[in-house]
Design a protein around this ligand. Structure first.
Ligand code: SAH
Ligand code: SF4
Length: 394
């Protein structure tokens, strides 16, 4: 199913949106309307509750604010989310939204990003993007074929949560237009994963500020235990993320030898496996209840041998870890194949025997190309020579 929200019109975006902003920017918005400094904090707390706890989409609803202030707000600002260009609902209930961000310059079209919602019976996971494209060029990843267009700002990142909640009716008293596959939980989005487009640790401040909004108990209210940042291994930023955000962490490992990881995850040339695992060991407050997830994509004949599995177990010794074996999700022109199912089972068996529960999940939303690593919003492909010429990171 494909749904087109509304035609794009540049005039829609003339008023800056308050949806997705943090407390400082909201305070500034009130200051610009002449709200005295003494009253700004209270006003911010009120509008925060409307935007993030109740999902208000118009200033009219904000009955704790005076009529006059509501009219002033409506004159100067909007509450728009990133604009949904298409919504696809998979037969398994997975949703993928293609959304347009605000353009950098008036008259231009804003870039497109993808956000994916994966419902299960007892949880619902929202997979959000942190960049349009990616500077990295992991050879098995579709996003890696797209150049970095720009970093998302905190409002763009939080905006993905708001638009998803709007569309699946995940606000108190709201209902989904299409309830296919939604979980039985009270909240329809229970977990957030930064596993969409982009490398979140290369957009550190914006992702950190956005996750602070997501984790605020008086607003969106996600526990940090239910927010996971996935990184390809930007080692120097891992301790900083631990100190400043301290959400759950996932590491895209994918290979157990530097030679192979250099090819699959080129950032490894800068920060090899040993340095990456040392940063993991130092991540704050790890325990059995707070483990690092190691993601390992199963590539036929490349990284899926029994000796790879044994080495994986050896490497992770001493780190409270979960292992997530991901069947490779193909995309047009991908230079890899997914491992055979029997081989995945043999690999999983070695990992299981070492004490890691590693259920191999069925890829979700395959019919709408919504699975890990299949996201790619624009048809800009890097040529092979461009890819070779790029540094491992910027
Ligand atoms: N840039 C971050 C987060 C986004 S990618 C990172 O690399 O961790 C989210 C996960 O999907 C990563 O583990 C990534 O390696 C994996 N992935 C990418 N392409 C894939 C594909 N085609 N099939 C399966 N997993 C893939
Ligand atoms: Fe970027 Fe992650 Fe894809 Fe690598 S796997 S290209 S870091 S999005």
């Amino acid at each position: 199913m494909c749904y087109t929200a509304r035609a794009m019109s540049n005039s829609d975006h003339i008023k800056p949106t308050l949806a997705g902003l943090g407390p400082t920017e909201l305070g500034q918005a009130f200051a610009a309307l002449g709200v005295p400094e003494k009253a700004q904090r209270m006003r911010v707390a009120q509008i925060w509750n409307w935007i993030y706890a109740r999902g208000a989409q118009s200033f009219d609803e904000m009955t704790t604010l005076s009529k006059e202030l509501r009219a002033q707000l409506a004159d100067a600002y909007s509450l728009e989310r990133p604009e949904i260009v298409t919504e696809q609902v998979s037969i398994d209930g997975t949703r993928k939204w293609l959304a347009r961000l605000e353009a950098d310059k008036p008259g231009e079209q804003g870039p497109l990003i993808e956000t994916v919602y994966i419902p299960e019976s007892t949880r619902g996971t929202l997979c959000i993007s942190s960049q349009v494209g990616c500077t990295l060029t992991c050879s098995f990843c579709h996003t890696g074929t797209q150049k970095l267009v720009r970093n998302l700002n905190p409002g763009d990142i939080v905006g993905q949560i708001l638009l998803a909640r709007d569309r699946i009716g995940d606000w108190a008293g709201a209902e989904a237009e299409d309830p296919t596959g939604l979980p039985e939980t009270e909240r329809k989005i229970t977990n957030i994963v930064l596993m969409g487009m982009g490398e979140p640790l290369y957009n550190f401040e914006h992702v950190r500020d956005a996750m602070a909004i997501a984790a605020d108990s008086g607003g969106l209210g996600f526990s940090k235990r239910r927010i996971t940042l996935s990184t390809s291994g930007v080692v120097p930023q891992i301790p900083r993320w631990g100190a400043e955000a301290n959400t759950m962490l996932a590491i895209s490992l994918h290979a157990v030898r530097d030679e192979l990881r250099d090819e699959l995850v080129p950032v490894n040339r800068k920060w090899p496996i040993a340095e990456l695992l040392e940063a993991c060991r130092q991540y704050p407050s790890l325990s059995n209840a707070k483990r690092i997830t190691f993601e390992y994509v199963m590539l036929k004949g490349v990284n899926d041998s029994i000796s790879d599995a044994k080495e994986l177990v050896r490497l992770l010794k001493g780190i409270p870890a979960k292992i997530n074996l991901i069947p490779f999700n193909p995309w047009p022109g991908a230079p890899f194949e997914c491992s055979d199912w029997e081989q995945i089972e043999i690999f999983a068996e070695v990992v299981n025997r070492a004490g890691y529960a590693s259920p191999v999940r069925n890829p979700r939303g395959r019919d709408i190309m919504a699975a890990c690593g299949q996201l790619k919003s624009e048809s800009v492909k890097k040529s092979a020579s461009e890819r070779r010429a790029e540094p491992a990171s910027t």
